[in-house]
Design a protein around this ligand. Structure first.
Ligand code: SAH
Length: 378
């Protein structure tokens, strides 16, 4: 293992406070470390000038470091999406996506939460985005074998620690020089991996992001492929993001074909968990549905989907397949996607089409497989 030292990133205020107390420091040193790590997102202990110099030295001699992931590569799309390849302490890499101006606005990216005044109206050009969304990974690779997703081809290497999840956001905010207390930043846990198969680390990261970084939970959305027991657990959390469920098919045979996970938790169980999910005031569930030509994109599928979702406080986000040569599916034409959307809307189901972001740099949904064989940005 290449872990030569321990990261402070990922520790709670209580944990940081006990580190301070154990070395005879006053308890408020814990808060100072917490602020340095999460609020100021400092990169190294030397920068933390709120701590006495000799205590900083003591911390590093005892093997502590901050632990923000390194930016290994950075790819910039023609639509201004940026794909970051971040390197972790053991040299594994994960991808994190920066999307100025959300992911198309409508759609489970947290952008519709509240109607607060946009706080960045005075931001200097050229970065006058109204909001930005960071798409965060939860595992190195993924263990869920969705047939249309590239990340599945990697298999799962390991879970990310809470600090590695928060660290992605810290690294990107630093690189973009963005302060989420002043600018509107949404988080979607929709990158590599299945967050609900790394539940405890994911939830710890959420609490640190709310309490430490200062991003409200109402601006976060987590997407699951349908790990039903964790959906029940998630509903009981005091602090939690909004929930999106990757449905992707309107009946069991079809869903088991495109998402073999459906054989473990079928649509009846999944939809029961979704219906029982305790929504907060004005909150809606999101269902994602990736359209695959000739497989799940016919009018009868739209009608079947409408019946599944009927009566729920929910919306459907349609995603045209982001294509790739290793995948046995094709991307539908825009008109076919629009027709599917119209059928849903006619059946009374709110439906949105998600604009693909960063397809040219392999940053779009389902494309995250740590591609490096395209020119990185300079
Ligand atoms: N594992 C979680 C989090 C990833 S979210 C989940 O499955 O929900 C990634 C989203 O992208 C999912 O809704 C998934 O259905 C979708 N997706 C996967 N592969 C895709 C592809 N090739 N094109 C478009 N969307 C895809």
């Amino acid at each position: 293992m290449a872990h030569l030292s321990n990261p402070l990133l990922g520790l709670t205020l209580e944990e940081l406070t006990s580190i301070a107390l154990e070395s005879g420091q006053p308890a408020y040193r814990g808060q100072q470390m917490f602020d340095a790590v999460y609020r100021q997102r400092m990169e190294s202990l030397e920068e933390v000038s709120t701590l006495p110099r000799d205590y900083r030295a003591h911390l590093s001699e005892s093997g502590w470091r901050i632990g923000i992931p390194l930016i290994d590569r950075k790819f910039v799309s023609g639509d201004s999406t940026i794909r970051y390849l971040l390197k972790l302490a053991d040299s594994e890499t994960v991808e994190t996506i920066w999307m100025p101006d959300g992911d198309g606005g409508e759609s489970g990216d947290g952008s519709e939460a509240g109607n607060e005044l946009e706080s960045d109206a005075t931001a200097p050009l050229p970065d006058r985005w109204r909001r930005a969304t960071i798409c965060v990974s939860s595992q190195v690779g993924c263990a869920v074998n969705c047939r249309f997703c590239f990340t599945a081809l990697l298999g799962v290497k390991r879970n990310l620690e809470a600090g590695e999840i928060v660290g992605q956001i810290a690294a990107v905010l630093r690189d973009q020089a963005v302060e989420p207390l002043l600018r509107r930043v949404n988080l979607v846990f929709m990158g590599m991996g299945e967050p609900f198969l790394n539940y405890d680390n994911f939830m710890k990261a959420v609490r640190l992001l709310v309490q430490g970084v200062g991003i409200p939970e109402s601006r976060m959305t987590v997407s699951t492929a349908g790990i039903v027991p964790r959906i029940h657990d998630f509903g009981r959390e005091a602090v939690r993001p909004k929930l999106a469920i990757s449905l992707n098919a309107s009946n069991d045979p079809l869903r088991s074909e495109v998402m073999p996970l459906n054989r473990k938790w079928n649509l009846a169980e999944l939809m029961r968990a979704a219906r029982e999910f305790p929504l907060r005031a004005r909150e809606r569930l999101t269902f994602e549905y990736v359209l695959l030509v000739g497989v799940n994109d016919r009018p009868e599928h739209a009608r079947e989907l409408a019946e599944l979702v009927r009566g729920m406080r929910a919306k459907v986000n349609l995603i045209a397949l982001n294509p790739g040569s290793e995948l046995p599916y094709q991307t539908p034409e825009e008109e076919r996607v629009a027709a599917f959307q119209r059928t849903l809307i006619a059946a009374g189901i709110p439906a949105f089409v998600r604009r693909p972001r960063g397809r040219d740099i392999f940053a779009a949904c389902g494309q995250l497989k740590r591609t490096v064989e395209i020119a990185p940005a300079v």
